[in-house]
Ligand binder design. Structure first.
Ligand SMILES: *[C@@H]1O[C@H](CO)[C@@H](O)[C@H](O)[C@H]1NC(C)=O
Ligand SMILES: *[C@@H]1O[C@H](CO)[C@@H](O)[C@H](O)[C@H]1NC(C)=O
Ligand SMILES: *[C@@H]1O[C@H](CO)[C@@H](O)[C@H](O)[C@H]1NC(C)=O
Length: 433
């Protein structure tokens, strides 16, 4: 038995090793920056990121051309050279749209060939003339099946144009990504994202796995704004990731969103301060949102009590009747470990200016070192991109984030071994430990 299994073990390793390197697999440790954050571009610690998104360019509602507003012009133009001072290899993408942009403009732009062309051609010109390495579409959200279809057509034409431009200019093709809803469908199984067009034409998608709960739309009880797990509800990052994989998208196209901010509520009763406790709207001024750096200040200034709930993977804090749900270091590192365990391409943060002296970004980068292509571990993680998720043992490993056990699980799954053979190789875990 051993004699058969061990050579299989190593030959599988070797084959997959070659596969993983020939695909040139990269990793995304991303972060968005936007001018309204008031955070200087030169202050971004770009050594902690592989990709930085500059948000947002706009779409003209008459011409459908992509433009940079005059007030953003100077900062956007020097974004790439500024962030590359600290990290010459960081890649930058110009983000188009965003939550505040007009969805009807996107819907009508995508509905006609001429307006799609206007959008596509102007976006490529703008990216090149401002030295970005790529473009990121933040249409929030295509919301019926016609719009989903048109979104797919747009992506196909965009990729064709990007490839043609690269050929004629001799430059590296622009990267293309999109920020999408955390689910692979828009709240209805009949309004699904065009998974095939996404897979064929985008380098990856950014899953906005946050804002599940907030005082504006769920005012009567507190909630975990960016729960990774949420028993009994579909509102969780894990459910989102699973929906995309189930829809047929490869895990290596998925980048998990992490919020560097939280939402605040006013508790009905200061002594009832758990998750889903009765509340009455927002707990802080404005829309009730608060950046991570300000949350840290709030905790210090008010002596707030901090709680990490490992079941849901969220942090929250409370002081008197003020309650804030957010992601602190434990939630962030758990989510990065999750992304790694599921074989995702990486993670991104909204937004880098809300970090507290790079605490969360550093946590991410450390938890994400497993992704680095120079370590044995990461090479083994790359293997998980190439193997369909069909082993119970492997999911058990992934759920526990046990690297060596994962390793054994991956190889067993790769080798398609029987249960008794798996038991046998399982013994290797102890040796590897
Ligand atoms: C930026 O991050 C690096 C770690 O990659 C760290 O060594 C450095 O001190 C950080 N710089 C600042 C200004 O925080
Ligand atoms: C975490 O949150 C869940 C969901 O609200 C709850 O059932 C569980 O008791 C919490 N865990 C702890 C340790 O408080
Ligand atoms: C920021 O972090 C650096 C290194 O992690 C530390 O040396 C410095 O004191 C911190 N600054 C503040 C204001 O906390």
């Amino acid at each position: 038995m051993e004699l058969k299994i061990i050579p299989l073990f190593f030959s599988t390793l070797l084959v997959l090793f070659q596969v993983s390197f020939s695909t040139g697999q990269t990793v995304v440790k991303g972060g968005y920056w936007f001018p309204g954050s008031g955070f200087a571009i030169s202050g971004i610690n770009s050594t902690l990121f592989t990709h930085l998104f500059c948000a947002f360019a706009d779409v003209n509602s008459q011409t459908y051309q992509v433009t940079i507003s005059s007030s953003n012009q100077a900062q956007f133009q020097t974004f790439t050279s500024t962030v590359q001072q600290k990290n010459p290899s960081v890649k930058t993408l110009l983000s188009i749209g965003g939550g505040g942009s007009d969805v009807t403009t996107f819907a009508s732009m995508a509905s006609q060939s001429s307006s799609r062309k206007s959008f596509i051609d102007s976006s490529i010109k703008l990216a090149r003339s401002n030295n970005f390495h790529g473009l990121d579409l933040d249409w929030e959200y295509p919301s019926d099946s016609t719009q989903m279809n048109n979104f797919g057509t747009l992506l196909t034409e965009w990729r064709t144009a990007v490839a043609a431009e690269a050929k004629s200019s001799g430059k590296t093709p622009l990267l293309l990504s999109a920020a999408v809803l955390y689910l692979s469908y828009y709240y209805s199984s009949s309004v699904t994202y065009p998974t095939q067009a996404i897979s064929n034409n985008l380098d990856w998608i950014n899953l906005m796995a946050y804002d599940f709960y907030g005082p504006g739309w769920s005012p009567s009880s507190t909630g975990p704004p960016a729960a990774l797990y949420n028993p009994g509800s579909q509102q969780s990052g894990d459910n989102g990731v699973k929906s995309w994989i189930q829809a047929g998208l490869s895990a290596k196209k998925l980048v998990l969103g992490l919020p560097f901010y939280g939402w605040s509520w006013r508790l009905t009763n200061a002594n009832n301060h758990g998750l889903f406790a009765p509340a009455n709207g927002q707990g802080l001024a404005g829309d009730g949102s608060i950046g991570y750096n300000q949350i840290k200040q709030y905790i210090t200034q008010n002596g707030a009590t901090k709680v990490f709930n490992a079941t849901v993977v969220t942090d929250y804090c409370y002081s008197g009747t003020t309650w804030i749900g957010y992601d602190d270091t434990q939630s962030i590192s758990t989510k990065v470990a999750y992304a790694k365990g599921k074989g995702l391409l990486g993670y991104f943060a909204w937004h880098v200016g809300a970090d507290d002296n790079w605490t969360l970004s550093t946590k991410e980068a450390r938890a994400g070192t497993i992704y680095e292509t120079t370590t044995t571990h990461s090479f083994l993680w790359l293997l998980s991109f190439t193997i369909p998720p069909d082993s119970d043992l492997l999911s058990a490993c992934e759920d526990r984030h046990v690297e060596t056990l994962d390793l054994v699980g991956l190889l067993m799954r790769a080798a398609r071994l029987t249960a008794s053979q798996q038991m046998h190789i399982g013994g290797l875990k102890f040796w590897l430990d």
